[in-house]
Design a binder for this molecule. Sequence first.
Ligand SMILES: [Zn+2]
Length: 192
Amino acid sequence: MRPKGKAPDAITFVIDPGHGGEDNGAVGPTGIKEKDVNLALALKVAALLRERGFHVEMTRWDDSFPELYNRPKLAHCSGADAYVSIHHNAPAAGKNPKSVRYHAVYAWNDLGEGLASAISKRMTIALLNLVDGQGVLRANFAVTRNPEIPSCLVEADFISHPQGEKDCANADRQLLVARAIVSGLVDWAEGR
Ligand SMILES: [Zn+2]
C-alpha cells in the first residue's frame, strides 16, 4: 500500500546497500567493488530522503555484512513503508562485459512492482542517452521477497562494463542516480 496522505516524517524507507564485508558483490574491470559503490549510492539516497523529511533506516552504514534474511526483517521491525535494495549489475558468466549495460528495477510481486515502476520511470528520465533502461523486471531475490512491505531491488548500472564502472564510482553520477531514486520514492509516496 502506498502511504498516501501520510506526512513525510511518518513514512519510513529502509535502504539496503547490497553485499558488504567479505561479500564484494560484482567487481569491475579495474577492481572497484560493488559493495562500495552500493554503499556510496545508498548513503546519498538516504541523505536526500532525510532532507525531504522522511524517516530512513539503513541495513548497513559501513563495510559490514548483515545476513541476507535480516535485511527484509529490519523492514518489518521498523514498520517500514517501503524497502529498496541498491546494487550494481554484472552479466552472467561467459558474456562479454563490454556488451552488456543497462539499469533495471526488480520486483517480486505487484506490491513491489508499483514501487519499482515509480523508481524506474525517474531513472529512465535521468539516465536518458547515458544508460539504457530495461524498466521493471520480475525476480525472486531473497531481499525483495516480502509479501507485506513494498520492496524492490535497483540495479543502477553494470559495474562490469568499463564505462559503467567509471560512472558508478563517480560522485556526480551517484548523485544523479540518487536524485532519480528519491524522486521515484516521492512520486510513489504521494500516490502519483
Ligand atoms: Zn549485487
